[in-house]
Design a protein around this ligand. Structure first.
Ligand code: AMP
Ligand code: FE
Ligand code: FE
Ligand code: ZN
Length: 278
């Protein structure tokens, strides 16, 4: 049983449409795959149809952009009710904030002599719910200005870069409460991926607030970090997941199934979301 609980489609910043994503999951011999586009449920319906046709079990999720102590933390929400009005309003606020800074990012790049337009970027975000930095990066790649998304983030788009523009994200604690109220199961994505702002004490407090699990096995974590996080998860009785964070060709070294979730850990997760599904 091969289980991958974190993937992206063209509905956010992946490069495969939801149906193709499921076909790729089947080809990668995955039995269970979660679609977890950033801040949107837009891919769920098509993914579900493809999963049924292919005999792959789909988990419907969202990867929420949140902030904790000034740093960005991603929160995976599995099987929240997509018709929950508070959830819908919050997702809309995040996506609107993401797209709303496109003009400023493009202006900052043009001021640096980088020839890129808003339409160039839009062309790389055709199906996406919101237009974000990965789509700006894709436009720069297609113009031959950078080699790949990573270089675009390093040179221009990352924090500290000239084209970096802040956008709205809810606080992690508020997002956690929101996900739980919508019937979703919250798991922190790559907790130590880009920063170590989440220490043991804060993870313990979040667990008391209803956090269900930690994405321990992720390419952004070293073997030592994985072992440390696994021990923390065990001590707090949190579910341990492992996932690819697949973005198609948008992220290298994140192939489907490169990390997987143990069946018994998935069973613990599924037990929590089976309350309102099926
Ligand atoms: P945005 O939502 O516009 O702020 O862009 C954030 C998204 O960009 C993240 O969710 C990642 O998927 C992607 N991202 C962040 N850093 C990088 C990077 N170094 N290379 C490629 N993609 C990145
Ligand atoms: Fe992404
Ligand atoms: Fe993430
Ligand atoms: Zn992700």
């Amino acid at each position: 049983m091969r289980i991958d609980l974190h993937t992206h489609s063209t509905r956010s910043d992946g490069t495969s449409p939801p149906g193709a994503l499921l076909e790729e999951a089947r080809a990668a011999n995955l039995d269970v795959v979660a679609i977890t586009d950033h801040d949107t449920t837009a891919g769920w319906t098509v993914a579900e149809q493809a999963a049924d046709a292919l005999g792959v079990q789909l988990v419907r999720g969202i990867e929420l952009s949140t902030v904790f102590r000034g740093r960005g933390i991603h929160l995976l929400a599995y099987e929240p009710d997509p018709s929950d009005p508070t959830l819908i309003a919050e997702l809309d606020r995040i996506v609107t904030g993401r797209t709303g800074r496109l003009g400023q990012m493009v202006a900052a790049l043009r001021a640096e002599g980088v020839e890129v337009t808003e339409d160039d970027v839009r062309a790389h975000a055709a199906d996406a719910s919101g237009i974000g930095r990965p789509h700006v990066a894709d436009a720069l790649v297609s113009h031959g200005i950078v080699r790949d998304r990573d270089e675009a983030f390093d040179r221009w788009l990352g924090p500290g870069g000239v084209a970096y523009v802040r956008r709205y994200s809810p606080n992690l604690e508020d997002a956690l409460a929101l996900v739980i109220a919508a019937g979703g199961v919250p798991v922190i994505a790559h907790p130590w991926g880009r920063n170590h702002v989440l220490d043991v004490d804060s993870l313990e407090a979040l667990t008391e607030q209803g956090l269900a699990g930690l994405e321990v096995d992720h390419q952004d974590h070293s073997p030592a970090e994985r072992e440390e996080l696994r021990a923390i998860a065990r001590s707090l009785d949190l579910i341990v997941t492992g996932s690819s964070d697949y973005h198609g060709t948008g992220k290298t070294d994140h192939d489907l199934g490169v990390n997987t979730t143990a069946p018994d850990e998935f069973a613990r997760l599924a037990e929590r979301f089976s309350r309102w599904t099926s």
